[in-house]
Design a protein around this ligand. Sequence first.
Ligand SMILES: [Zn+2]
Length: 245
Amino acid sequence: MANALDISKFEVGSAVRGRAYVREGKTVPPRYFVEGDLILIMDDIGRYANIGKEDAAILREKNSTGSGKAGIGTARTRGEVIKKLFDDGFLYKEKAKGKKSPIVMPSEKSIALYEKLSQCGTAKVLISPEMTAKWETGLTMIERGEITPAQFMDQLYKFIMQLTTDMTANPTNPYFGKPRAAAGDGTVKSNCDEKHPKDGQLCDKCKDGQLLTMKVVKKESSAFGKLYVKCDNKKCDYFGEFIKL
Ligand SMILES: [Zn+2]
């Protein structure tokens, strides 16, 4: 395949000089990723996601590994991000037939989260590498003295406020919106006897409720049997800190 054309470099209407031929074959589905692929993907997300030219240029320029590829995260944080995705039950590993390394699969929870985010106007950017590009642009503007850090933070704050409003407006997904109906007397109850290390602590999010141990009871969930904490304040939607027993 030497001299193969990279058709992504052509636009509709461009002229191509060369010989063309038809080759018969069958398409093959993309191979599954293994854990080691993830860090490489974060460094080269432009290959996997459709990013606008300008944003891709920013990501290439700002890639902290210096690889010159359009990447997300920083060299230091990528490993942490991936670990957290596994720890929080967004990704899991599965033994694949005839493969030495287990393949990486998205859990039901992460697919639900992705779908929810992709339906929400403001939140769409969260599942796009362009988010990183926008933040990098903001940081560059601070560097150049074009905006102050306070202005940047102000914009960020407004964005997060808008996002939160949009996300909580439609409580159809268990991971967003209001907590599910509480026990008859209105108090939120734990669904297990075990105690999470954070049980009883003050909720960092609302600074009002207390964290309560919960257990993932959905058998289909990759986090099945794990403990997590949720806030007992009905107005607060904090949940997280998944741990294995
Ligand atoms: Zn709370």
